[in-house]
Design a protein around this ligand. Structure first.
Ligand code: IPE
Ligand code: IPE
Ligand code: MG
Length: 244
């Protein structure tokens, strides 16, 4: 395992590949989504054990409404069931759950489930789990700008950041996408400006602790320069006190 000091503080994941996982097994796509919930539970625990403090996952995008109605309604049902079933486990693991996305177009059952789960886990502090549901990066930027405009506040980077749906956490250090696709699909367009990107060919239900450790090890090897030169980064590192 990577030493805790080097582990990314915030990991974001596009959990992709559930449908293909199911199709390969001649199962309905929803079976893949159910497996995806198991994979998420495993990933949350693994992140907490490794010292990750924030995990943000993409569960349903603004564009996923365009899927066949049957799949959309199965995903909504799965969400409602998963929330009520998982809350006691999240409580036991010290995980605080936050839903990030546009809530008004969700059914009352789903919305109330989300709100109850947030309230029940609000006091936990080991890991913050942000579940992006009915979320899109463009929606987030537009709603943030809208909030500022309504308040008559200047639209600048600092004010926009604080009006974004993920204002309660720092930007992700590492952004993982499973399912062998090389795109963001409207995830965290603002917050991923300086995230290290990691693409895995594993389908989300197969993304296990070992795969997570490989992604974190790759993150540790990267040099994050934030616009500076490599020499500047090395100079700062040379003067940093050694972490025991
Ligand atoms: C990701 O898996 C989960 C959601 C988008 C809800 P997919 O359902 O996109 O799986 P693939 O990409 O079709 O395999
Ligand atoms: C992104 O996956 C959304 C989620 C994982 C929830 P998609 O499978 O919807 O992305 P595209 O459509 O292939 O870009
Ligand atoms: Mg997909």
């Amino acid at each position: 395992m990577t030493p805790a000091a080097q582990v990314p503080h915030h990991i974001a994941i596009v959990m992709d590949g559930n449908g293909r996982w199911a199709s390969k097994r001649f199962l309905p796509r929803i079976a893949g989504h159910k497996k995806g919930v198991d994979s998420l539970r495993r990933c949350v625990r693994a992140c907490a054990q490794r010292g990750v403090r924030v995990l943000t996952v993409f569960a349903f995008s603004s564009e996923n409404w365009n899927r066949p109605a049957e799949e959309v309604s199965s995903l909504m049902d799965l969400m409602a069931v998963a929330i009520s079933r998982e809350v006691p486990k999240l409580q036991a693991d010290g995980v605080s759950l936050r839903f990030v996305g546009e809530r008004t177009s969700l059914s009352e059952v789903v919305r109330e489930g989300l709100e109850k789960a947030e309230a029940a886990t609000a006091g936990n502090s080991k890991l913050i789990l942000n579940v992006c549901f009915n979320y899109g990066g463009r929606w987030d930027m537009a709603q943030a700008a809208g909030k500022l405009a309504a308040r008559g506040v200047p639209i600048n980077e600092e004010n926009l950041s604080s009006a974004m749906a993920l204002a309660h956490v720092p930007d992700p250090d590492l952004l993982i996408r499973t399912g062998d696709e090389l795109r963001l699909s409207n995830f965290l367009l603002w917050q991923a400006a300086y995230s290290e990107l990691y693409f895995s060919d594993k389908l989300w239900p197969e993304f296990d602790e070992k795969a997570l450790d490989i992604a974190i090890a790759e993150f540790v090897r990267r040099e994050r320069r934030f616009g500076k030169t490599s020499a500047q980064i090395s100079a700062v590192a040379a003067h940093e006190p050694l972490v025991a």
